[in-house]
Design a protein around this ligand. Structure first.
Ligand code: HEC
Length: 138
C-alpha cells in the first residue's frame, strides 16, 4: 500500500470509530467553535441576556456545569426548573438549536440558531468569557 492509500484507509477507520462511539447528541456537536465569530453572534442574545447579571434572561456567567434553572433569585419557568439539564457543550447545542422544542414551556421566546457552526461559535464564546475576568466571582 502506498502512503496516500494508507492515509485514506486510516482516515476512514477513524471516522468509523468516531461514529460508532458517539451518542446522537455528541454527533450533533462535531464542529469546533470560533469564539470571535461567536462574540458577534452573541449580540442576538444580548437582547435579553448579559454575561454577568440577570436581565429578561438569567446571567450566562457560571453557565458551564450549572443545573438549568438554578441562578438564585431569577424567576425561571417551571419547565426550565424541572428540565434536569446540566449545561455543557452538548446540552447547549441541543437547547440553542430549538429552545422551545428542547424545553417545552420555556419562557425563552427565541426561535433558536439553525446553523450548527453558529451554535458552536456562540458556545465557544460563552466558554471563553466564563474563563475570563468578566465572570470571576459571578
Ligand atoms: C427574547 C429574549 C431572549 C433571547 C433573545 C435569548 N434568551 Fe436565553 N433566556 C431567556 C429567558 C426568559 C430565559 C429563562 C427561560 C426559562 O426560565 O424557561 C432564558 C434562558 C436561557 C438559558 C438557560 C440558563 C439557565 O440558567 O438555566 C440559556 C443557556 C440561554 N437562555 C441562552 C441563550 C443564548 C445563548 C441566546 C442567544 C443565542 C439566548 N439565550 C437568547 C430569554 C432570551
Amino acid at each position: 500500500m502506498n502512503q496516500t492509500r494508507w492515509l485514506v484507509a486510516l482516515a476512514a477507520s477513524l471516522c468509523a470509530y468516531g461514529a460508532a462511539g458517539s451518542s446522537v447528541a455528541r454527533a450533533q456537536n462535531v464542529v469546533p467553535g470560533n469564539a470571535a465569530t461567536g462574540e458577534a453572534l452573541y449580540s442576538r442574545c444580548l437582547a435579553c441576556h448579559a454575561l454577568a447579571y440577570d436581565r429578561t434572561g438569567p446571567r450566562h456567567c457560571g453557565l458551564f456545569g450549572r443545573r438549568a434553572g438554578s441562578v438564585p433569585g431569577y424567576a425561571y419557568s417551571q419547565a426550565m426548573k424541572e428540565s434536569k439539564i446540566v449545561w455543557d457543550d452538548e446540552s447547549l447545542n441541543l437547547f440553542l438549536k430549538s429552545p422551545m422544542e428542547a424545553v417545552p414551556g420555556t419562557s425563552m421566546g427565541y426561535a433558536g440558531i439553525s446553523s450548527g457552526q453558529e451554535r458552536a461559535d456562540v458556545i465557544a464564546y460563552l466558554k471563553k468569557e466564563n474563563a475570563s475576568a468578566t465572570c470571576a466571582d459571578r
